[in-house]
Design a protein around this ligand. Structure first.
Ligand code: PGA
Length: 257
């Protein structure tokens, strides 16, 4: 079990599954339980952009709850039609942004340099980051999953100073586990999280040991307790199972006390 002072974080990535009204309703349903969350656990809700402002209001006054955007532009201002600046997200009261999710890496062709720029502007505008990394089925079959994850971090994240890095949580999300009902074995999760922890410790002996490492990919109320109990797992990034208040609450209750 995680005996350190690392923050436990459980984040709900609602993707493009809910309308604004549905997002607000879900946050309101969760509110009564979220009021009782212990302070050392942070709960993050990530609705789609148009719902952010209402969600910030819906969780107002709940110290352990933060609202995250699912993405931000790689620049702060300028001629970027259709993009959303992290400056605007900050202005709305959003505290975090998810960067590097595999759905964006794959569907939106986001490369390492774009992700690096997003990381930099997010931090510059005062947002904390949940940075996602993960290998495909093919990469795991080839046995190069460790190198892939290391490269994803080195290319877009590990240039940060200690102070900047302290605002980042990392989510390991194997692409083959997202939305598939497949989860890695505990050994596979712990192997990767241990590897990530060692990489972060090498990067910064001061900040590396304090960063939260989340697991994501078909994490649900049935498997969350065993995943969260692993030594280098500090919480989760939850997609499908975060769309129902009762299941998400059961996941939160699976965090070790
Ligand atoms: P999932 O998605 O829990 O539905 O597998 C997780 C994610 O994509 O963040």
């Amino acid at each position: 079990m995680n005996m350190s002072s690392r923050k436990r974080i459980v984040a709900a990535n609602w993707k493009m599954n809910l309308t604004v009204g549905e997002s607000e309703l879900l946050a309101t349903e969760m509110r009564s339980v979220l009021t009782t969350m212990p302070r050392h656990c942070e709960v993050v809700l990530a609705p789609s952009f148009p719902a952010l402002e209402r969600l910030v209001k819906a969780v107002a006054g709940l110290d352990s709850v933060q609202i995250a955007a699912q993405d931000c532009a790689p620049a702060i201002r300028g001629a970027h039609t259709g993009e959303v600046s992290s400056l605007v997200l900050s202005e709305l009261g959003v505290q975090k942004v998810i960067i590097g999710h595999s759905e964006r890496r794959i569907n939106n062709k986001e490369d390492h340099l774009t992700l690096k720029k997003k990381v930099d502007v997010a931090l510059e505008t005062g947002l904390d980051i949940i940075f996602c990394c993960g290998e495909t089925t093919q990469q795991r079959k080839e046995g190069i999953h460790m190198q892939i994850i290391e490269q994803q971090l080195k290319d877009s994240l590990l240039h940060l100073t200690d102070t900047q890095l302290a605002s980042v949580a990392i989510a390991y999300e194997p692409v083959w586990a997202i939305g598939t009902g497949l989860t890695p074995t505990s050994e596979q999760i712990e192997e990767m999280h241990g590897y990530l922890r060692a990489l972060l410790n090498r990067t910064s002996a001061k900040v590396g040991p304090t960063l939260s490492l989340l697991y994501g990919g078909s994490c649900n109320a049935s498997n969350a307790a065993s995943i969260f109990a692993l030594e280098n797992v500090d919480g989760g990034l939850i997609g499908g199972a975060s769309l129902k208040a009762d299941e998400f609450m059961r996941i939160l209750n699976s965090l070790p006390q």
